[in-house]
Each structure stands twice: as C-alpha cells, then as structure tokens.
Design a protein around this ligand. Structure first.
Ligand code: PRX
Length: 658
C-alpha cells in the first residue's frame, strides 16, 4: 500500500496538533445522566473481560434461534469469529420479534419523499413487506449465499430489500446511487451478483433523476452474472425494458405472499459486502457477517444515542449507500425497536429549512448527521433553523469526518438549544459500528474530539514502530483487540485484507487515520494518513481518481490531492499533464470533470483541475503529493529537496500564474 512512513503526506503534523487544545467541557445535565441507558460502570465491566461483555450484550439485545456457547475465536488472526456456533436471523430480529412482542403498531419508519409525499410503516407493515420481498426474491431463484446488488435511492424499498436479503441469507451489496454505470458494473462483477434491485429513478432538487439507465449500461455487455433486475417505480420516468430480465417491484413483491418463516443463519454467515475506496485504484468489497455485526450495531446505537425506543424519534440522515445507512438506518434502529425518520432528498430542497421542518414535523429527538452538513447550515445562517420548533431534540450525533470545534459549538447552540449532548462518533466501513464516542450520560463532552473508545473496544495511538504514545502526543490510530462488528475480510481477497489492515503494525488493526491523545486522555482524529480523501464525509481514493483521469486520451499524467475546504472538509484538486493538442482545448477542464463523473460518479468530480507542465516526483518516481497540497491550499511550498528535479515546483508555479 502507498503508506508514507516518513509521514510526508501526513497532515497530522505539529501545526495541527498545536491547534488541538480544548478546555471547554459540557457535563450532561443531571436529568439526562439520571435517565441514561448506559452508566459509567459499563467501562470497567467491559474491560474486565471483553468477549464476555460482548456475549452478554448479544444475548440481551438479540434473539438467537440457536444460542451460542462461544464468544470470540481469535485462534487464526487476523480472521476472527464471534458467537460462531450460534444461529440468528437479522430480519427476524429487526421485525417479527417486535410484532410478536405486541409492538406491531409502533411506527418503524416515517418516510418523507423529496417531493413531499409521505409514507408510514408500522413494525407489522414493514414485517409484511419484507416477507413479501423475501418470497419474491426466492421466486426469482435467489438462494442463500447469492449476491444482490442494490442501486436504490433513500426510499423504504431500500431497507425492505436489505432486510429481505438478510432474511433469506442472500448477501447484499449496496452501490450508492451517485456512482456511475462503470462503478456499478465493476461492483456487480466483483461480487458476481445474481440480482439487481433498482428504481426508475429518484428526485433531486425538485427534478427527476434517473437510475435505471445506469443499470442498463452496466449490464450492456454479455457475460455478466445478473439474471434479473427488479425495478421500483419511484419517479415515473420512462425506462428501457429488457424482457425476461427486468421485472417491476409491484408485479413481483407486490403480488407475493406475506407469509414467510425466518430461519436462523450461522452467526458468521455473510450479511453484506460494501465497497469502499482504499489506497489503490480498485475499490475493496468490505465483508461483514451476521451475529457480531448486529451485536455491536445494536449496542452502540442504544448506548451512544441513549435510545429509549418507546419515546425517541431517531433520524440518521445518511444514505443507505454508505455504511452509516446500513448500521444506523437499516439494522440497529429496527433491531432496537426504534421509530425513525427516513428522508429521500437533499437539505436544500425545496428550501434551506427542509431538515428543520422534518425535525419539527416528526418531533425528532435524536439527530445523526455529518459535519459537512452542519458547516453548510452554518453558512446558510441561523435564522433558518430559528424558524422551526426544534425543542424535541435531546441528543445530536456527528459522523464521517472530524468536526471542527466551531461547527460543534454551533450545532450545540443553534440546533441543540445549548442543552443536547453531542456525540462525535468515529468509525469506518471496516469497523461496522461506532468505535470511539462519548457516552452521553457519562462523558463530559468536548468540542472537536471523538473522545473515548466504546466499552469493549481497545483503541490506541502508536508511533512509527507501533509503540503507544503518551498523552499529549500524536501518531497512528490502531485497534488492539478484535471487536464483534469488525470486517471479516475483503471479498475474494484475503491477502489484500491482511496487507491493508494487519501488516503495518504487528498484531494490530491499522485504521489509516492519524490521531492524538490529549492531556485528558481523549482521542482527536486528525484525518487520513494514506491516499484516501474525505469529501463531505465520502471516502474517495486519490489513486482511483487519478486512474479515471489518465484513462482519458487527452491526459498524459495526473496527480490528485485532497485540499482543505471550509465546507466539505476536503475537496478534490487534480493536477494534470495534457497530451499534445489537448493543451489548446479551451473546454478541457469541463471535459475531464465530466469524464471523472462518468467513470466513478458525480461525487468524485474534481472541484479544481490545474493543467501543469510537470509533476513533482522523487528519484524513485513517487509523486510528492504533499507539495501539490501546499499549492492547492495556497501555502508556501514545503521542503522539496528530495525531488528528482527541483525546478519542477517553479515550473508549476509559473504555469499556474500564466
Ligand atoms: O478518516 C475517518 C473518517 O472517515 C473514515 C471512514 O470512512 P467510511 O468508511 O466512509 O465511514 C464513514 C462513516 C462511518 C475514517 O477512516 N471519519 C469517520 N468518522 C469520523 C472520521 N474522522 C473524524 N471523526 C469522525 N467522527
């Protein structure tokens, strides 16, 4: 992996570290602390015996059709198993058992469509829909272990599809709707998906936006593994139809029987694959299994959000295309019997108060969103949320990227009424569930820091050699002990799994993030130390975008960096060397941005493309992105003494001035 051991590309330098001192603390109110689901004793209990702690939580929060007798098996690292001899059905845990317990009339999902249409599903109704979808998928020949690619907008059918797959033991692989046909094709091929579930399209800022054409394009060439495409009618657009392959959701799921008995699957049966960007061009299919994943998702959801399922209304704004939409929309809230809000659209449609209108309408009590959204709301002005009644909010969550103290304070004051605790939650697609976060009834919170490892989670910050650093120092974030919702591998590539996560530091999971312990022993996340960028909380790989750029005939070479951006955290900035006559093409920048959009998806389009005559390289040919980042962020260029040709930076500067 292209991990820079000199720390040259590491933004967690001294300058950043010095900024990270924070003396403000916010104690939970006495009332909040007294009613909190999880109390302080939890840490000691978990530390005394981690596998026993997780086994207890698993039994408490989940219904096992065959109880397990073993907790963790770590005899073959880095391959862990949790609760291996148990059997469990995820969908039964999310649905049927709540109905059996007499809670069938409780609202599971308040759905708010972008155009303003709404739907409400009680637990009984959602159970029925999932049973129908399970029957329909089985009637299309889908069996346990088969893979299903899901390319859907944020509509209830997404949750129904995922739970129907889990019910029958099929493995879902959600591809975010903002990814292109090419990206979809490579993910379908890698997982050899048998079924695709999609929609005609969705709505974006009041206009229809299509999905089905990308599926048609992805499946245009023969030789793929897909036998059927199930299409949800959502925006009513005309679609192309492949007879024998395509079926309408309403004609299959809509007409299927609502009787379906859930059987238990082995705890280590794969639940889903989710592709994420790494340091190389090819996205990794992160594999999660069932029992351990559900245990930690459910536990963290209760503990970190202090969930009182009878009274709370939970709203996680993440799309189901990302891991947050798996763990904290599809699985944990339903496993825990919560009522949640699901919203299809963007925060500014049809007006910039849409989120707050939704909070007021459904009396949302727990809101979980990303710093990039919070910074956007700050930009729009506090008079917008002030128009709505936000008094139902009692807890706020943040995820996806570091939250700067200024945004944290604004979130607390303007959205949280100066009272709601804020939980900043650090985790990854690979970790499956929250790993570092305050416990809102226990921890006194601190703006900008994710703070403390969850009970039962062994986080550390280490130096180059893997030795723990003392409080007040920075280094690399690692996880020292296996955890229940850890990834079980990379789909089809065990070696890559070992290399990427377990080879940098002996016996420890390397997260790819820089981190620092402060003097109080709280963790501060300092951003990625590898070639992964974080744009609006979305993970993008520099190499993947570089590959997309050089696949264009006009591009000879490309280097991509994530430059600091006030709103999106980082923004994609590309430096390209053009071939021959392309230099004279006035539209080349637009052409290349669109090309990246087609290759990967609109979210990967560079914000800025700079045409340069050369790229800075070391003698061994490695591009020095650190120097390009200095240029992109408008700083004086740092030490360039290791460049093969030290006039390159001057050439670049001259070309950008011209
Ligand atoms: O760099 C960290 C950042 O997001 C990365 C994981 O991205 P992804 O797998 O897409 O999952 C995002 C949602 C869980 C991490 O390596 N990250 C995530 N949460 C935080 C964060 N950085 C700082 N603070 C956070 N709370």
């Amino acid at each position: 992996m292209s991990f820079d051991t000199t720390g040259a590309d590491n933004q967690s330098g001294d300058a950043l570290e010095n900024l990270l001192t924070e003396n403000r603390h916010f104690e939970p109110s006495a009332e909040f602390a007294a009613n909190a689901i999880v109390q302080a004793g939890e840490y000691a209990k978990a530390n005394a015996d981690r596998p026993a702690f997780w086994a207890e939580k698993s039994r408490e929060l989940l219904s096992w059709s065959k109880p397990f007798t073993k907790s963790l098996d770590w005899s073959n690292p880095p391959f862990a198993t949790w609760f291996e001899d148990g059997e469990i059905n995820a969908a039964y845990n999310a649905l049927d058992r709540h109905v059996e317990a007499g809670n069938g009339d409780r609202v599971a999902i308040h759905f708010e469509g972008e155009p303003g249409d709404t739907r409400t599903y009680t637990y009984a109704q959602l159970t029925e829909e999932v049973k129908k979808a399970a029957n329909a998928f089985e009637s299309l020949g889908l069996a346990k272990g088969d893979r299903v690619a899901v390319y859907l907008p944020m509509i209830p059918e997404a949750v129904i599809t995922l739970l129907a797959c889990a019910r029958i033991g099929a493995i879902h692989s959600v591809v975010f709707g903002g990814f292109s046909a090419d990206a979809l094709r490579s993910r379908i091929d890698d997982a050899e998906a048998k079924l695709v579930v999609t929609a005609d399209g969705t709505f974006r800022r009041g206009k229809p936006s299509s999905l089905k054409p990308a599926v048609d394009e992805a499946l245009a060439n023969p030789g793929h593994s897909v036998t059927n495409v199930v299409v949800v009618k959502r925006n009513g657009e005309d679609v192309n139809w492949v007879e024998g392959r395509d079926v309408w959701w309403d004609d299959t799921v809509g007409t299927a029987s609502a009787e379906h008995t859930a059987v238990g699957h082995a705890s280590e049966h794969p639940l889903f694959i989710l592709y994420t960007s790494g340091t190389t061009g090819k996205p990794k299919g992160i594999l999660h299994t069932t029992g351990g994943y559900l245990t930690q998702a459910a536990y963290t959801h209760r503990a970190v959000f202090d969930l009182h399922p009878e009274t709370d209304v939970f709203w996680c704004t993440a799309d189901v295309g990302w891991v947050t939409g798996h763990s904290y929309v599809t699985y944990a809230p339903l496993i825990n019997g919560a009522t949640q809000v699901m919203y299809e659209g963007t925060p500014d449609s049809p007006h910039q108060g849409r989120f707050w209108e939704i909070v007021e309408k459904y009396k949302v009590s727990i809101l979980y969103t990303a710093p990039t959204a919070i910074r956007t709301f700050m930009k729009w002005g506090e008079d917008i949320p002030a128009k709505y009644d936000l008094s139902s909010i009692r807890l706020l969550g943040s995820v996806g990227e570091p939250i700067n103290p200024e945004a944290w304070m604004w979130y607390r004051r303007v959205i949280g009424g100066n009272n709601a605790p804020i939980v900043d939650t650090w985790w990854q697609t690979e970790t499956g569930a929250i790993m570092i976060a305050p416990l809102p009834g226990v921890t006194s919170t601190k703006p900008g820091s994710a703070q403390v490892p969850m009970p039962g989670i062994a986080v550390d910050v280490v130096d180059e050699l893997g030795a723990s650093v003392p409080h007040g120092h920075g280094g690399y974030l690692v996880i020292r002990e296996p955890w229940p919702s850890m990834l079980r591998g990379i789909w089809g590539d065990n070696d890559r799994y070992k290399d990427t996560y377990w080879s940098r530091f002996d016996g420890m999971y390397f997260a790819g993030d820089g981190a620092k312990w402060d003097e109080d022993g709280d963790v501060w996340l300092l951003g990625r130390v590898d070639d992964v960028m974080n744009v609006s909380g979305h993970r993008l790989s520099t190499t993947e975008i570089e590959s997309a750029l050089v696949s264009h005939p006009s591009v000879a070479e490309a280097a991509v960096v994530g430059a600091a951006d006030e709103t999106t955290g980082q923004a994609v900035v590309a430096f390209v060397i053009l071939r021959g006559s392309a230099v004279e093409d006035a539209d080349i920048v637009t052409t290349l941005r669109n090309h990246v959009g087609r290759e990967i998806g609109p979210i990967a389009k560079p914000k800025t493309i700079l045409v340069v005559p050369e790229l800075p390289k070391t003698r061994s040919g490695k591009i020095m992105r650190r120097l390009l980042k200095d240029v992109a962020e408008g700083r004086e260029v740092g030490d360039s003494s290791t460049l093969a040709d030290n006039t390159v930076m001057n050439q670049i500067a001259a070309s950008l001035k011209a």
